[in-house]
Write a protein that binds this ligand. Structure first.
Ligand code: SF4
Length: 275
């Protein structure tokens, strides 16, 4: 198995087989993210990807899921991704699913029938960085996409049968736009209806590989109080049918988790207890 550079995966994919199908992120311009700044985006050759998959076959009884790295595997051309998914299905017929990081831009660039075909081949979840539902915040951090496009992409995934795990970032609006950032984020999430939601925190330090602060953006690491206030306001405003919330990401100061449909009050009480 060959890995190039630092390889990232969501906390919930800790036990998954990680296979790099692209190197870096095809966008790579979000001002708060340095995960792939040291990588020039490219698609790995099909031969390399197939060799990695074949190498893992002797261990397939221990592999439950496969996560396709790096930053946005859904940016791959549809026939290329289809070939990878078909080979995974052939070599690992018993796994529970294949997962990817994806930008909403990638989703909207795929035809609905292509997404449906990916789902049939085992792609069961996409990790999407919403970051904020505020168009002002999204523009300020150069996310390159709007709130409405995020909502449209979510509908396209849902219709195709692909679950969404969405992340948002506390502190991304700074102190000045904190309330707008959270209220707009809650509104976007209520329209997206993700199955999973994670809250990250704007982080400091260029070498952490985490979301980081750029002084030119006028952003500072939010205080723990601001994080708690933003988390509380967000959860209070969410109306999600069946969504599991977690703040387990390593960037966060405060860990809560629970199913929002039935444990919302319990989570709010835990946050209140942390003030
Ligand atoms: S946040 Fe996501 S889309 Fe933006 S640069 Fe980082 S990996 Fe790429």
């Amino acid at each position: 198995m060959i890995y190039e550079g630092v390889v990232y995966r969501p906390p919930s994919e800790a036990d998954s087989l990680l296979v790099q199908v692209t190197i870096g992120c095809s966008w790579n311009r979000c001002t708060f993210c340095n995960m792939y700044k040291d990588k020039q985006y490219r698609i790995r050759s099909m031969e390399e990807i197939m060799a990695d998959l074949r190498e893992a076959v002797p261990y397939r009884d221990r592999i439950r899921r496969i996560f396709l790295c790096d930053g946005d595997a859904l940016a791959l051309p549809a026939p290329f991704l289809t070939k990878i998914l078909e080979e995974i299905k052939r070599l690992f017929p018993s796994i529970d699913g294949v997962r990817v990081y994806a930008s909403s831009r990638d989703v909207l660039q795929k035809e609905p029938r292509e997404l449906e075909s990916f789902a049939k081949l085992g792609l069961d979840m996409a990790y999407i960085g919403l970051e904020s539902g505020s168009d002002k915040v999204l523009a300020a951090v150069n996310k390159g996409i709007t709130k409405q496009e995020m909502i449209d992409a979510a509908a396209r995934l849902r219709n195709a049968g692909i679950k969404q795990s969405v992340s948002v970032i506390s502190g991304l609006g700074g102190e000045k736009m904190s309330k707008e950032h959270i209220l707009e984020t809650a509104d976007a999430l209520n329209k997206m209806q993700p199955e999973y939601l994670g809250m990250l925190v704007l982080h400091e330090g260029e070498d952490t590989g985490l979301y980081y602060v750029t002084e030119e953006q006028g952003l500072r690491v939010p205080s723990s109080r601001q994080v708690l206030e933003e988390m509380r306001l967000l959860i209070d405003r969410l109306e999600l049918n069946d969504c599991f919330f977690t703040s387990a990401h390593v960037s966060n100061y405060f860990y809560v988790k629970g199913r929002l449909s039935r444990e919302k009050q319990k989570i709010l009480a835990q946050i209140d207890g942390a003030y």
